[in-house]
Ligand binder design. Structure first.
Ligand code: ZN
Length: 228
């Protein structure tokens, strides 16, 4: 991890806040998705309350996250943690979470090398294209390299968990921490073919309106980055 990044991680006091209201989109099965939006450098964390209770990313600091999680679920019921990529701001809290849950961990196989958490061995290595069965819900894994080689997005019923591939406001993930601009452009293009109504990104607020237009703006920005 870059030194400045570590410094930022250590200095930042992490606070997750619950966003107003869950279920912003009526999914087929009304699966409850609870976003914990980080106001700091840490990543957002999403709790998917399907039969198989799932977390998407874990952020940096576990205490506040565990506190919030306990209000929603019995921790031992957490079945799966899916990491959108290996960067520390999405994964550092993992060891603490695994101490208090029996959750399995899934990550794309191309992120293994850069997942620098000692003694953590993911249970499920993803390659993209598979569907993760959460009992009464499922998530399609879309391999979206660019921010990192093994970045993934997760998709179902018009909902996209985008990791650090795209953000609100037509923004895109940086590519200078192991990524690649050309791949990022191709990955965002792939996303424009999906029917997306809401985006839950790895940082910042969710996109709940005009998702299609916002993703097209991200694509435009990625293309401009390629020119420079
Ligand atoms: Zn990242």
């Amino acid at each position: 991890m870059a030194e400045w990044l570590m410094a930022l991680v250590l200095k930042t006091r992490v606070r997750f806040t619950r966003t107003r209201g869950s279920n912003p989109l009526p999914t087929a099965k009304m699966i409850k998705i609870i976003p914990f939006i980080s106001s700091s450098f840490s990543s957002n964390v999403y709790l998917v309350k399907a039969k198989k209770i799932t977390l998407i990313d874990v952020g940096v600091e576990p205490e506040n996250l565990l506190e919030n999680l306990k209000k929603e679920i019995a921790l031992e019921k957490l079945a799966l943690i899916i990491l959108t990529h290996s960067h520390p701001d999405h994964t550092l809290a993992l060891p603490s979470l695994l101490k208090v849950t029996k959750s399995k961990v899934a990550i794309h196989k191309q992120e293994l090398k850069s997942l620098s958490i000692p003694k953590i061995k993911p249970d499920i290595l993803l390659k993209g294209g598979e569907r993760l069965n959460l009992g009464d819900f499922s998530l399609e894994v879309i391999h979206t390299p660019g921010h990192t080689p093994g970045s993934i997005c997760l998709y179902q019923d018009g909902i996209l968990f985008s990791g650090d591939t795209i953000f609100a406001g037509g923004n895109i993930g940086r590519t200078d921490l192991g990524g690649n601009n050309k791949d990022l452009g191709s990955s965002i293009k792939k996303l424009t073919h999906l029917n997306i109504e809401i985006v839950y990104p790895g940082h910042g607020e969710p996109i709940q309106k005009n998702a299609k237009e916002e993703i097209l703006s991200s694509l435009q920005l990625a293309k401009e980055c390629l020119k420079t």
